[in-house]
Design a protein around this ligand. Structure first.
Ligand code: ATP
Length: 503
């Protein structure tokens, strides 16, 4: 598993998808740059989402709000007081951990330990082995696991103060069950705010303290009435947005899964109070359908319903995806009640109400939101698509089976040789296709190597121009996933590619 993930990271670099930011200065932790192919893939994912959410839903419109917002926004939203991660320091190693992640790691270790014991016992007992019975007689580890699981479930962004002592003692207990850092010398758990601060204004006296937004949602809430009025929107309706968000994450690991600067794709759906249950279920279903439409396998997704809810929510679920390091949150669907709009009413002194022409009454709408990280979606698509395939002739090939609709380059045009006028035909084909698709030209190396290179880069089609093309205006088109080749007229290329790559 770890090796698979390492391959994902090195492949992302080698094929121009993702680079460490400021690499020549040894990088900046948890900050990444998208390269020539990565920026295309990211843009395609964003467009795929935008089309599904905004263009295909008549009752959803999109906006693009600023990253800087009035500082009172974050008091109203609760982020100043409650957007915290629980931190714990190890006094011996002087290392700092996020308490929930530390517990997660402990649990994973204990699980691995149990698995090892189970495998050993299975070998010893052979056919007579009963896993359930075996576990039941090894109560101690199982108890720890249950305890850890229950704390994990209860932990949310807004850990109550009285929970912190619990968290510390759990870490100590887990340390005894399964020593992790070789130390039991922990500080108390502290809350650490995740927002990045900055200043607006030239002189020290007049400068205003600002935050970089930690979520895009608030830009939608503060614009709710502007959009509703100018768009003459009737409830239920939604506002969607994509854009950067910033969080001073303590535990920066797992590549682009958890970044300090990342992009969100969010949609807030404004509804009548009382209808939230129905819309929450509908949006859970809709969003799962969107994921499944990419064909990455139903088994790779699951819902995780939250037991402990954030301060703003009355129901919340994650869509989890099977990443190379296990099932983890990819998207959140939250029933946020009227919390945000009511808070903004309170802090701004402005009414944020809707007059419902059918009910003939004013109310603060309820909100169901869908929130997905674009970078996390990128990682899901990229890691799932990267495959090593055994071929018939006992060789293997590395192929990046990106959904064609998302692939950065849709086709590579390859002249079989660099002479006899074949490059000219190839360039003409590019001239014709480039208005519809992102296409590329490649004449270096033997054609077989060029195919492998395009497979690894995720290009769904290779179009090869050979001597026959000079005579009858046909080329071969090779499909990345099946490696099948067809002879087709140059004039047919556009239609063939459109059929596969259009949204
Ligand atoms: P996590 O528990 O993983 O920190 P979260 O529950 O805080 O995530 P939300 O605040 O619900 O996440 O944000 C919505 C989505 O934004 C997440 O589902 C995830 O896809 C994405 N996201 C959140 N934090 C990050 C981050 N640091 N880097 C990349 N994507 C992120």
């Amino acid at each position: 598993q770890e090796d698979d993930f390492k391959k994902v990271i090195s492949h992302a670099k080698e094929y121009g998808y993702v680079f460490q930011s400021s690499e020549i200065y040894d990088g900046l932790s948890a900050v990444y740059d998208y390269a020539q192919n990565g920026s295309e893939l990211k843009k395609n994912i964003r467009e795929y989402w935008w089309k599904a959410m905004v263009h295909l839903n008549e009752d959803i419109v999109g906006i693009d709000a600023a990253i800087f917002m009035h500082p009172t926004t974050w008091k109203a939203s609760g982020h100043v007081d409650a957007f915290n991660d629980p931190l714990i320091d190890n006094k011996d190693s002087k290392k700092r951990y996020r308490a929930d992640v530390l517990i997660e790691d402990h649990v994973a270790k204990i699980e691995a330990k149990i698995e090892k014991e189970v495998a050993k016992a299975a070998k010893r007992f052979g056919d007579a082995f009963d896993k359930k019975e075996f576990l039941a007689t090894n109560q101690r580890v199982v108890e720890y696991q249950e305890k850890a699981d229950s704390i994990l479930k209860r932990m949310g962004r807004s850990l109550e103060n009285e929970d912190l002592a619990d968290v510390k003692s759990l870490i100590e207990e887990l340390d005894i069950a399964c020593p992790m850092s070789g130390s039991k010398n922990w500080t108390d758990v502290k809350q650490f705010n995740l927002m990045f601060g900055t200043k607006l204004g030239a002189s020290a006296e007049s400068a205003m303290d600002l935050y970089l937004r930690p979520e895009t949602a608030q830009g939608i809430f503060v614009n709710f009435l502007n959009v509703q009025k100018t768009g003459r929107m009737k409830i239920p309706f939604g506002i969607a947005q994509t854009g950067k968000a910033f969080r001073n994450e303590i535990v920066a690991r797992q590549f682009i899964f958890r970044m300090r600067e990342f992009e969100q794709m969010e949609m807030q759906f404004f509804i009548r109070p009382g209808s939230q249950k129905e819309w929450y279920e509908k949006w859970k279903e809709n969003r799962l359908k969107w994921h499944l439409s990419l064909g990455m396998g139903e088994d790779n997704y699951r819902f995780h319903d939250h037991e402990k809810l954030a301060h703003y929510a009355d129901a919340a679920a994650d869509i989890e995806f099977r990443f190379p390091f296990g099932f983890k949150e990819l998207e959140g669907i939250h029933s946020r009640t009227d919390f945000d709009l009511s808070q903004h009413e309170k802090f701004s002194g402005k009414k944020l109400q809707y007059f419902d022409p059918e009910l003939k009454e004013n109310y603060v709408p309820y909100v169901v939101e869908t929130s997905i990280g674009l970078d996390r979606m990128f990682l899901a698509v990229f890691s799932h698509s990267l495959q090593e395939e055994e071929l018939d002739n006992n060789t293997t090939r590395t192929v990046l089976k990106l959904p064609a609709v998302l692939a950065p380059t849709k086709a590579a045009v390859l002249p079989l040789v660099k002479k006899d006028g074949l490059p000219d035909i190839a360039h003409k084909i590019i001239e014709d296709l480039k208005w519809d698709f992102n296409v590329t030209y490649d004449e270096k190396d033997a054609v077989g190597r060029r195919y492998r290179r395009q497979d690894a880069a995720g290009t769904p089609f290779c179009i090869t121009v050979d001597h026959q093309s000079l005579e009858d205006q046909t080329v071969t088109i090779r499909h990345r996933d099946t490696m099948e080749q067809q002879r087709v007229a140059i004039s047919e290329l556009k239609a063939i590619i459109h059929k596969e790559v259009d949204m």
